[in-house]
Design a protein around this ligand. Structure first.
Ligand code: FES
Length: 84
């Protein structure tokens, strides 16, 4: 499983890198997750738009579905994914 992490309005977020429309990565391997405006996450394939802080898809073919959240902790400036 591949995930990605970022900050939005100063707050950390982390999600599994899987679109909720078709189970493929949101990016094309280029680590581009934000829209050009930087106010939302976007799937590069069909343009689904997700809220960075909640993962909710607000526009596109999977509207109403949410990205799968990952738990991340920050310790001394280092980020760690928590595994169950
Ligand atoms: S695969 Fe992401 S919107 Fe279609």
């Amino acid at each position: 499983m591949e995930g990605f992490v970022g900050r939005f309005k100063g707050k950390l977020f982390a999600y599994e890198n899987t679109c909720r429309h078709i189970p493929i990565s949101l990016d094309y391997g280029d680590n581009r997750f934000f829209t050009n405006q930087g106010d939302a996450l976007m799937c590069q394939t069909h343009g689904a738009v997700y809220e960075p802080d909640t993962g909710l898809c607000t526009r596109g073919p999977c509207a109403g579905a949410s990205l799968f959240p990952l738990e991340v902790v920050e310790e001394d400036g280092v980020l760690w994914f928590k595994e169950d």
